[in-house]
Design a protein around this ligand. Structure first.
Ligand SMILES: [Zn+2]
Ligand SMILES: [Zn+2]
Length: 352
């Protein structure tokens, strides 16, 4: 079968021809992939940064955000049938530890990630534990169902921040920042501002009906954010850029008492005047990772059913899977929102 893999420990990503998978084992399900989103994580693996070099054992089929149809079911799996359309939570938590047993499986320390630690979904077939599957309602099209995972990251972050009636600043306009902006608006934020230096991404943000889209390189950036927030500055900051300088600037402009949620992963340690920017301002800093299992999934499904137009604006490209190079190039250039790969093109059916 056709797969997209990290074949060797250096920058790049390669097409790979792999044997079709053997029948799923106990508790496992085989899914024939219809479509899969390229995630920032896949881009890190492509670029072979410090994190991916330390974590990935090559060769590894990558990809973890996907939709597909169940093609085989292992022993002891109940509640699923061959032919059902599913997505899946990509974090395979242990289910046994104190975190898993207290509703915190998203931070289980024994988590294995599909497409990072075990073979992924950039393939015609993928094996997934049945407990990770999410049945997709018929009304959600494939190109939306393929991105449950990143919409879930955004939903998790917005939910933690409790944005209703707040002035929200989103730092970073990649797909998760764009989804977060749309969700914050739908969740009743007083104002939503998105900050992004890349013009293509800024243009996508502008199409979402936000209160303000700013370029941090614009000298009027800070005064524009103050204007839209009544001079107070934002009281919720959602940091998805992973950029230390952008975080510092956001802490400067955040109102005292703000909640600052961090989802972007910096490439290394970040220097911060904790005393002046956090302690003395009474700022709450909170890290956000993954999705709550499965509270976030219920929220995402409801959001997708009600707001297909917003998801459509962020999913800017659906490419045949064999053109994955183009997808990674688009991400390199920042010339896209979410890029989805279509794994059904061999059957001449288009992902919709
Ligand atoms: Zn992802
Ligand atoms: Zn666990």
């Amino acid at each position: 079968m056709f797969t997209i893999a990290k074949a060797k420990p250096e920058r790049g990503i390669w097409a790979s021809d792999q044997p079709t998978l053997s029948a799923p084992g106990r508790g496992m399900v085989m899914v024939d992939v219809i479509a899969a989103g390229i995630c920032g994580t896949d881009y890190h693996i492509f670029a072979w940064d410090q994190w991916s070099a330390g974590r990935i054992k090559t060769p590894m089929t990558i990809g973890h955000e996907f939709v597909g149809r169940i093609s085989a079911i292992g022993e002891d799996v109940t509640g699923f049938e061959v032919g059902e359309r599913v997505s899946a939570e990509c974090h395979i938590a242990c289910g046994q530890c104190a975190l898993c047993r207290t509703g915190n499986a998203h931070i289980c320390e024994k988590t294995q990630i599909i497409g990072v630690d075990v073979p992924g979904a950039f393939a015609e077939q993928v094996l997934v534990p049945a407990t990770n599957l999410w049945k997709v309602p018929d009304a959600i099209p494939n190109k939306h169902a393929a991105v449950f995972d990143p919409v879930g990251n955004a939903m998790h972050m917005v939910s933690i921040a409790d944005v209703t009636s707040k002035d929200v600043l989103i730092v970073g306009g990649g797909p998760i920042g764009l989804f977060a902006a749309a969700i914050a608006k739908a969740h009743g934020a007083r104002t939503v501002t998105l900050q992004e230096p890349n013009q293509s991404r800024g243009a996508i943000a502008s199409s979402l009906g936000l209160d303000l889209v700013v370029n941090p390189r614009d000298p009027d950036c800070v005064s524009n954010i103050l204007d839209v927030t009544g001079g107070r500055g934002p009281n919720v900051v959602l940091e998805v850029s992973g950029n230390g300088a952008a975080l510092n600037a956001a802490l400067d402009i955040a109102a005292p008492g703000s909640l600052v949620a961090l989802l972007g992963i910096p490439g290394g340690p970040v220097s911060l005047d904790l005393g002046g920017k956090v302690v003395m301002k009474g700022i709450s800093l909170v890290g956000v990772t993954g999705r709550r299992m499965f509270e976030t999934w219920f929220q995402v499904e409801a959001f997708m059913l009600k707001n297909p137009d917003l998801i459509d604006k962020v999913v800017t490209h659906v490419l045949p899977a064999k053109e994955f190079d183009r997808g990674f190039q688009l991400m390199d250039d920042g010339a896209c929102g979410k890029v989805v790969l279509d794994f059904q093109t061999s059957e001449l059916r288009e992902v919709v």
